[in-house]
Design a binder for this molecule. Structure first.
Ligand SMILES: Nc1ncnc2c1ncn2[C@@H]1O[C@H](COP(=O)(O)OP(=O)(O)OP(=O)(O)O)[C@@H](O)[C@H]1O
Length: 823
């Protein structure tokens, strides 16, 4: 048959069937003759529609037909009486739930699909809610593709065996006992047998096209027989009696519903890599374990189960496509902060417990449970500002911020135990004319060999809290279960000596300190050989494994900060070898102090190179109580020009370099001040002087938010310029110190971690090569150095030596708890 001819036949077929439907609706059962059938067709079809075709069409539509040669047209005359009888009979059958051809005829529909020249007819029979018990007549409807028989009383579906083209079958809400009680149909894709009386899933391997299977509200107690359904993507077995998930392992399921069963654990789903929607509501599940591999999962319904722990969410923490989670009706909901914690743990969620997760919820959960460093610092800073403002105001004259150069501070930062404290002490000892330690307070007890007011001010938690409420602190942090904080008095003590303050602290402390009006120089000391660093921490014998892990994990935090915040650290120094680190550090500091050339200046110059007339007042002494004996009377004496020069110089040297814009601004302001003083232009500055003369001490403190902002905006600029100046300041070290390339550090740290299993190779280690100063190793640096916890000389300062190298502790016991530096 040519393509054109077959197309024509198909068209005839569509027309015939629709005519048939019209007539059967109007006239009940008819007996059709070939002629009468032809009369109904448009003339264009007459030639093409042969007797055979007509016969075939009519029989396939279950029409009783009278073709020429068999019963004649004359028989039509008798038809009405036959019909009446038949109608009566049909009514009787319908009463007993038997499906009749009339009912089928009235419900049958064909949907013609036309597209790109392809004509296709889709046979659809829908008979819902008819109280049907017997549908055996359907065996004649071999062309059916979609059969819907829901809400009837059907027990037997064997007629379906005669429908080789059937694609969709809905026999839900019936009385079927026999699971798939019909012959395998290779085209069958979707089957709904929900709400029946099925008890056992039989082997469905012959139903090779099956993709959707709904078996809710039956009596299944186990899942089986589906193993070979290699196209099954949608499976629903809600409200059965299933107590174990099994036999689903190899299926390409994207949707699985096991709502309302008797499941106690999630199992057997590990390999359902395509699963996107999972409904396990109304079960007895206690843990989310078993879901961790389902990386395409977007929706999980666990409503009304027995999940009690929020920590269970860790099992689905890495499901990055998960958007919808329902834990309504689980005991876990009773827990405090439940919603915020879940939102925090599952940041990708868009809907939790049927309620949209807002961006605000996500931000506040992060700020609460894992606040970014900026947030921690801002909170800390705000707390201390508020408490300070609540006190009667004291004028801290020594550290009072000046318009041009802030009070000089040097911060050594890096992960715990990286040696920054000892390095700071040694630095203050060597450069005692410039620096003294700013001593923090802590609530932790002293380690063996540590001394109160030298290593820390050791205080109780209660005292620490009182001090916070008294507005004593500039910044505090909570680290390793203890509180640490730097007081304004600690800095003021140093400043009154006319010295710059050197402090050591963790990264959060630096962030917080930088929020205050202080603009510290900040040096990052970072371990680059993780194994060596870990070994060093272990040897100290002070830390638990968890503390060591935390310290090690924070290396990445420092490296990231260095990578992401250009200029945050003024210098980065690897600290794998204590002696080398110190040599690098002192060179960096000498670079800050511009001491290089003067040191080379010949026999007349001092160890640190400053000119005799610029030397500050005599070396520091301590009172018996351990506090610094103040020289502040002399130091702050405005008539003492030598100090003023010295102090201004230190300030200038330690403060970050000014950008051309800042310098221009300063010059403009100086000009205005000069003019105001000589009475030339009584402009803005005379007003400023007037108001500042009238200001209360509190407004003189930089707590004034306005002051803060203006200073910070300028300080940001200057910090940016200081960032740019890092290479140049390192360059000033005549090639001794290579400024660390942040990207190299980040990269090499990663590489290093990979290498740790093989153990570090200090000599060939590319990381060491990348970050270590280009200077040769200090003589003796390979010797295992044993430092006393506190260098003895720090307590009774003597004249600084050029490069005091750490010596073994005179008291061997002093080394306990503070073992050799990283060798
Ligand atoms: N005021 C402060 N602000 C922020 N961090 C601080 C402060 N004081 C101390 N720290 C830091 O807290 C961490 C814990 O201090 P602790 O004295 O217990 O460390 P440690 O074990 O002695 O190691 P380290 O040798 O690094 O000081 C250290 O990294 C320390 O530098």
């Amino acid at each position: 048959m040519s393509g054109e001819a077959s197309q024509l036949k198909l068209s005839c077929y569509i027309v015939c069937t629709s005519l048939f439907k019209q007539f059967s609706l109007k006239q009940g059962k008819h007996t059709w003759s070939y002629q009468s059938f032809q009369q109904l067709l448009p003339p264009s079809f007459h030639r093409e529609l042969s007797k055979e075709t007509t016969s075939h069409l009519l029989s396939s539509l279950s029409l009783s037909c009278c073709l020429p040669g068999s019963p004649t047209d004359a028989s039509l005359a008798k038809a009405p009486s036959c019909n009446e009888l038949a109608l009566e009979e049909n009514r009787e059958m319908e009463k007993h739930g038997v499906l009749t051809t009339e009912v089928v005829s009235s419900s049958l529909s064909q949907i013609g699909l036309f597209g790109s020249g392809l004509h296709y007819v889709y046979h659809h029979l829908s008979l819902p809610n008819r109280s049907l018990t017997d549908v055996s007549i359907l065996r004649n409807y071999v062309h059916l593709q979609k059969l819907e028989l829901p809400h009837n009383k059907i027990k037997d579906l064997s007629c379906v065996s005669h429908m080789p083209n059937l694609v969709i079958l809905d026999a839900s809400h019936n009385e079927i006992f026999n699971f798939f009680g019909f012959q395998p149909l290779k085209n069958l894709k979707e089957v709904n047998l929900s709400h029946n009386h099925l008890t056992k899933i039989k082997d469905l391997s012959a139903y090779s096209s099956l993709s959707k299977l709904e078996l809710d509200y039956n009596r299944f107690s186990e899942i089986s027989g589906l193993e070979q359904c290699c196209r099954l993507t949608h499976l629903s077995l809600a409200h059965n009696k299933i107590s174990r998930i099994s036999s689903l392992d190899s299926l390409p399921l994207t949707y699985l519903c096991l709502r309302g069963n008797q499941l106690e654990r999630i199992e057997g789903l590990e390999n359902l890599k395509s699963l996107q929607v999972l409904d396990l509501s109304l079960n007895r599940i206690t843990s989310l374990s078993g879901l961790q591999n389902l990386c395409l999962l977007g929706s999980i319904n666990l409503e009304k189960n027995l999940i009690t722990e929020i920590q269970e969410c860790k099992h689905i923490h890495d499901l990055f496509l998960l958007r919808d989670l329902n834990l309504l009706g689980n005991p876990v909901q009773e827990q405090e902060d439940y919603r915020m914690l879940v939102v925090f743990l599952l940041q990708h969620l868009a809907v939790l417990d049927q309620e949209k997760v807002t961006a605000e919820e996500k931000v506040s959960s992060v700020n609460k449970y894992d606040p970014p460093l900026d947030v921690v610092a801002a909170r800390d800073h705000m707390t201390h500002m508020v408490y300070q403002l609540m006190q009667s105001q004291v004028l801290y004259d020594s550290t009072l911020p000046s318009a041009d150069s802030p009070y000089p501070m040097l911060v050594l930062t890096g992960p715990q135990g990286c040696g920054k404290r000892e390095l700071g002490h040694r630095l203050c000892q060597e450069f005692s004319e410039y620096f003294a330690n700013g001593i923090s307070h802590t609530t932790r007890g002293p380690y063996f060999g540590e001394e109160n007011r030298i290593d820390y001010h050791f205080v109780s938690e209660k005292d620490f809290q009182n001090m916070i409420h008294m507005g004593k602190f500039i910044q505090t942090i909570h680290y390793g279960g203890h509180s640490f904080g730097l007081t304004r008095d600690a800095i003021e003590d140093v400043a009154r000596e006319g010295l710059a303050c050197c402090v050591h602290m963790e990264l959060e402390g630096v962030f917080s300190l930088k929020k205050s009006y202080f603009e510290p120089r900040c040096i990052l000391l970072i371990p680059t050989q993780v194994e060596k660093y870990t070994g060093h921490l272990k040897r100290r014998g002070l830390y638990t494994q968890a503390q060591i892990d935390m310290a090690v994990s924070r290396i990445e935090l420092y490296a990231n900060t260095n990578r992401q915040r250009l200029g945050f650290f003024d210098n980065v120094i690897p600290c794998d070898d204590w002696e080398e680190t110190y040599q690098t550090l002192r060179q960096v500091v000498k670079g800050y102090l511009l001491l290089e050339e003067q040191e080379e200046g010949g026999p007349g110059s001092t160890s640190t190179g400053h000119k005799p007339e610029e030397k500050p007042p005599p070396t520091l002494s301590r009172s018996g109580s351990g506090t610094l004996m103040s020289h502040s009377a002399r130091a702050l004496d405005p008539s003492d020009l030598s100090f003023r020069h010295y102090f201004t110089r230190i300030q200038a040297e330690l403060s970050p370099q000014k950008s051309p814009t800042e310098l221009a601004s300063i010059r403009r302001r100086e000009q205005l001040v000069r003019e105001a003083i000589v009475g030339k232009r009584p402009g803005v500055y005379s007003q400023l002087f007037k108001s500042s003369a009238q200001t209360t001490p509190s407004s003189l403190l930089s707590h004034d938010p306005g002051t803060h902002f203006s200073r910070h905006s300028s300080s940001d600029e200057s910090r940016a310029s200081s960032a740019l100046s890092v290479p140049s300041s390192a360059g000033a070290l005549s090639g001794l110190v290579d400024p660390l390339d942040a990207s190299v550090l980040g990269h090499t740290l990663g590489t290093l971690k990979d290498q740790t299993s093989d153990g570090p190779h200090p000599d060939t280690d590319p990381l060491s090569a990348a970050v270590s100063p280009s200077s040769d190793r200090h003589p003796g640096s390979s010797v295992k150095l044993i430092l006393p916890p506190i260098p003895v000389r720090r307590k009774t300062p003597t004249a600084p030596s050029p490069a005091p190298s750490p010596k073994p502790s005179p008291n061997p016991e002093a080394g306990v708890g503070r073992d050799a530096k990283m060798d």
